[in-house]
Design a protein around this ligand. Structure first.
Ligand code: FDA
Length: 333
């Protein structure tokens, strides 16, 4: 087979550009559920460099080094031990063990003992009682080191279960928070009761492909709802996290907090590892608290695919890297 030429590589990029954003997003999110693709991707060496941009390593040690570097740059962190939708009780318990070990390693190195947890990784789809007991073990481990646990939000079929478990947990473990997605139509009502319950919200747009019956599909409506929910949270008097890389929404948060006289220690910005590092550092320089969501582990495939879906240009970037690598390999034969 001849090595791909520069024209072939440009063709790949063009093919990506012509697919409408929403179609590309749905395609990538549906591919994120394919276990067979996950196995191929995880074994492949070709995707490594671009995966490394979004994932802080496959091992706890690699993640700890990345987190220590972020701390030196005055960035706070929350750790996601990658994995979701586990298929057996043993896998759920093993994932829980990894979280407990992560919390203890973070605390012993003087790093933020702050983690973000997905309930499907703790066994929600297998046995809700097992999920509850795994989550409780993580909450106890966090409490032992003065840590914080954020319940990540998955697709809309898990919203009720996640909010219910968080609400129960929050009564005993106040150092917990939950996530609200501006893409969901229900979110304004959820924000109201979470604020009334004294909870801490991480507001994000939502990373899943959702049906029109429950979600806004139009990006500008999702953004407008984000702005509304953000204003409600920032002016609620309690501490919340504004999780976005969208410069317009970040600017809006600054306007609201300046206008309302809200101190910078009353809220934080959150961003994903590897995304808009320039903006992360700029906000730190301007005196804002910025927390980076740091994922690590071998099961990076679904997380990584959602990151590609958020920005189709990432797909072009990845495919060009793969084609380049392949052509190098073929030439070297
Ligand atoms: P938007 O997608 O409009 O992007 C704004 C700009 O940011 C883009 O123009 C680009 O410059 C940059 N950008 C965004 N994503 C990028 C990417 N992948 N690669 C490169 N550049 C990118 N979702 C969820 O459903 N449940 C959850 O629990 C969480 N948790 C969470 C934690 C934290 C800390 C963050 C920041 C985000 C989440 N999310 C999430 C993901 C969230 O829902 C959303 O999909 C992404 O943050 C992308 O949306 P933005 O708000 O950045 O805006």
């Amino acid at each position: 087979m001849p090595a791909p030429t520069a024209t072939d590589r440009a063709g790949v990029a063009d093919a990506i550009r012509v697919l409408p954003h929403r179609a590309m997003r749905s395609l990538l999110i549906s591919l994120s559920h394919r276990r067979s693709l996950a196995r191929i991707a995880v074994r492949s060496q070709l995707t490594r460099p671009i995966v490394a941009r979004f994932v802080a390593g496959e091992t706890l040690d690699e993640a700890l080094s990345a987190i220590a570097a972020l701390k030196r740059a005055e960035l706070h962190t929350t750790v996601d031990v990658l994995g979701e939708s586990v298929t057996s009780p043993e896998l759920a318990t093993a994932a829980c063990d990894r979280y407990v070990a992560t919390l203890s390693a973070l605390a012993s190195r003087g790093l933020d003992p702050n983690v973000s947890v997905k309930l499907t990784q703790m066994g929600l789809e297998i046995d809700p009682a097992l999920c509850r007991s795994n989550v409780e073990r993580i909450l106890e481990a966090a409490r032992a080191v003065g840590g914080f646990v954020r319940f990540d939000m998955e697709d809309h079929t898990r919203t009720d279960a996640t909010l219910t478990l968080w609400r129960e947990a929050h009564e005993t473990y106040p150092r917990t928070g939950v996530v609200v997605q501006s893409a969901l139509r229900r979110s304004a009502a959820d924000v109201e009761w979470i604020v009334a319950a004294g909870g801490s919200v991480r507001l994000c747009k939502g990373a899943y492909a959702e049906p029109r019956s429950v979600a806004y599909l139009n990006k500008s409506t999702v953004d407008a709802n984000y702005a509304r929910l953000m204003e409600r949270l920032l002016t609620s008097g309690s501490y919340h996290a504004i999780a976005t890389h969208d410069p317009r929404l970040i600017g809006r948060a600054m306007e609201i907090t300046t206008r309302e006289g809200i101190d910078r220690d009353r809220f934080e910005f959150q961003m994903l590892y590897g995304v808009r590092r320039d903006l992360q550092r700029m906000l730190v320089r301007r005196g804002f608290t910025v927390r980076i969501y740091v994922p690590y582990g071998r099961e990076w495939y679904p997380y990584f695919m959602r990151r590609l879906a958020e920005r189709p240009a990432n797909v072009g970037f990845m495919l060009r890297a793969i084609v380049k690598e392949e052509s190098r390999r073929i030439r070297g034969r």
